[in-house]
Design a protein around this ligand. Sequence first.
Ligand code: ZN
Length: 664
Amino acid sequence: MNTKEYIQNLRDELREHNYNYYVLDNPTISDFDFDSKLKELQDLEAKHPEFYDANSPSLRVGGEVTKNFNTVVHEHRMYSLDNSYSLEDLQDWEARIKKMVDGPIQYTCELKYDGASISLTYENGSLLRAVTRGDGMQGDEVTANIKTIKSVPLQLKGSYPAKFDIRGEIVLPFEGFNKMNEERIDIGEEPYRNPRNTASGSLKLQDSAEVAKRPLECLLYNITGDNLGIATQMESLEKARQMGFKVPEAAKLANSIDQVLAFVNYWDTERHNLPYETDGVVVKVNDLQQQEELGYTAKAPRWAMAYKFKAEQVSTRLNSISYQVGRTGAITPVANLEPVELAGTTVKRASLHNSDQIEKLDVRVGDEVFVEKGGEIIPKIIAVDFTKRPSDSQPTQYITHCPECNTPLERLEGEAKHFCPNYTGCKPQIVGRIQHYISRKAMDIEGLGGETVALLVSAGLITNYADLYTLTKEQVMPLERMAEKSAENLVNGIAASKQIPFERVLFALGIRYVGETVAKKLAKHYKSIDAIAKASQEELVNVDEIGIKIAESVLAFFASEENIHTIEKLRSFGVQLEVSAEKLANQTNKLENQIFVVSGVFETVSRTELKKLIEDNGGKVSSSISAKTSFIVAGDKMGPSKKAKAEKLGVPLITEQEFLQKVL
Ligand SMILES: [Zn+2]
């Protein structure tokens, strides 16, 4: 087998695994084995740019940046559907269409997923482009972003029409949505409101590598095109499945409107067990010939009807509004409701997000409000029933002072939330910071939980996370529910955290916007807390992926005397405030501020090793040659176009040996 065939086989194999995993939910290979094969493909493709394939499974990780999305006219218009809300509506619809076509009518019933509509065009079995719905006539081309969604086939299976469009919905499953929000809350960012908007926002991100990180899925439901050789909607779904698309299994054929209604009633409750948000059922005339006879109105097909589930919505009384103070000092207003049943749970509270939201809804204590529950953990108030507003009702006055420490609140330019600036004296901020410090992803302190932290602060035993290391068994034992054994575990767990590596300590400090990834980047670049503390804003933003917002936040953190004092205390207790000597032994900053491009095949080290050597020695690896490139490490078989570009820009080429002399 020659290299070209080998690469092709590897791509086919990875495609099949992607299909098994993301479309069939039935992986037949371990993640580790998959990653190894993918790595092999990436290395081979880098060595052999002549075998480039825009639809290679290696391109799923994204990386392409789109500054402006092209507008593309849909070859077949993306219509919206007429809505129905009752059996009568459906019966009226049936009566209308029965006058227009002869013979019996069968219907397909499919679930209507709440996401972002997308149209994919395939030509000769390859994904040509992906376009958002837009206004139905034209949308934005988002191909680079869609390619990162693993359930979208880049290459079709079996037989397929030469060219066709397939429509579907990009959805964000609840599980992935909630996980994304946990991460955002971790770094003090406002959580996303709902899966639908997050999915549709994802499609318009400029950096496709960011899209690749989001657990989006693509559910398909409709093939359009000419000469498709399909007679019914059911066949169309089956055909799509055979070509390798993810087509929901719930679709069913109905012989009457009564059967349609049975489908609706079944899914009205069963949908709560689905991993995605659904808001109704789409009913279509199954026979495509009949569909054609029925045609379209100005805005919708006559042969289809959306049946909307009644929103999971109830109305209840707003008893009071309370205000929570987060670890970063952010204030979140919470509605306390008269308890009410909603989607199988009792709802007592709902989020109001911020003062703008309260103003927008004009929500007041004593109001009857509509509460809705989507995929979010906390339900939300969507409107006020103004007909029931008491005559003596007063507009809500947003608080001006912290409910916990009475400090006047601040609201920064461009921020939706108010903040309590009392960093050192506001109890929920103190407790919240320590809770973050001990959390699993940070210092992971065994034997110490969030409630105990609150008790320790209330008892005056600790006021910051450094104080944890002063605690003794005797001090802790009198606390509620604390036995000798658990007190011992707690003290031991705290002592053990002194071994946690620097990058996690840095995350644990709770610097706003410094999440796990950013902490790793900073630790790797600066190697110690002292170096980070000394860095200027200009230096910080020069670090890969560190933006102005993060840099400002880091500077503000180290500008606080209180924080410097706490860090000194952590140091005195032996907490890791620098990258360990062992890790450092292999690292230098010999290549600081130098950008390398690696090209070709090498003799003594692999490309991966070469890149690691560059990074470990403080250099940066870039994939494309620009005026900023310092050196090109040129191996055997370096591409001629790269060589020409390097010459044109005057970037020096060095050999593998010359490079190794720089670092060894
Ligand atoms: Zn406060």
